[in-house]
Design a protein around this ligand. Structure first.
Ligand SMILES: CC(C)(COP(=O)(O)OP(=O)(O)OC[C@H]1O[C@@H](n2cnc3c(N)ncnc32)[C@H](O)[C@@H]1OP(=O)(O)O)[C@@H](O)C(=O)NCCC(=O)NCCS
Length: 160
């Protein structure tokens, strides 16, 4: 498997993220499946780039092609350590090559460089076999069913 490199997202990536966000499979597998307007996206993306509780990483292959993204969001939970939630998407043209596992592993390492030895949560819809496999291969363990979002999901956990 080719080595992937990543950097934090920048404003020049706005269109790329917009296209990825509106990918039909990505919308279907997200907890808010409505299409996203460019206006909504631009406001959201601009805010996330300067949000200290968000870490947006964009990955490139050896041809310098953008192949996917991993995002971490940190949110406070009452009387508990902050919850850190990971999200991922791989460019539709690059799926099925085993890249997702690498994005998750490299992303989690970067997340821990930023925020310390944290536990990371992934919420996955039960029909998303590819995502479940990718997270399992990256060392995530099924914790149980979750009702955190409106749609039922499975919670996978990674603690190092
Ligand atoms: C989920 C996603 C990131 C997986 O990326 P990918 O690069 O295609 O995944 P990989 O090639 O690393 O494959 C991961 C595993 O899923 C399997 N897989 C891939 N596509 C599959 C499919 N359509 N159905 C079932 N399994 C599939 C692979 O065989 C592999 O399993 P294995 O290790 O047992 O062989 C990608 O499909 C995607 O971006 N989907 C839309 C967004 C999304 O669902 N994000 C996750 C939300 S929780």
């Amino acid at each position: 498997m080719a080595q992937l490199v990543y950097r934090t997202a920048q404003i020049i990536d706005a269109q790329l993220y917009f296209d990825w966000a509106n990918d039909p499979d990505t919308r279907r597998q997200s907890f808010n499946s409505n299409p996203i307007s460019l206006e909504t996206h631009t406001a959201w993306f601009t805010r996330k780039l300067t949000d200290a509780n968000a870490l947006l990483l964009v990955f490139f292959d050896e041809m310098e092609q953008a192949v996917g993204q991993v995002r971490f969001e940190r949110a406070p939970v009452a009387d508990m350590p902050d919850e850190i939630i990971i999200g991922i998407s791989v460019d539709a043209s690059q799926r099925g090559k085993g890249m997702a596992t690498q994005l998750i592993q490299q992303g989690c390492a970067a997340c821990r460089e930023q925020w310390g030895m944290v536990t990371i949560h992934a919420y996955i819809k039960a029909n998303n076999r590819a995502s479940m496999r990718a997270f399992e291969r990256a060392g995530f363990v099924l914790s149980g069913e979750s009702g955190k979002f409106d749609t039922p999901s499975l919670l996978y956990i990674n603690s190092q």
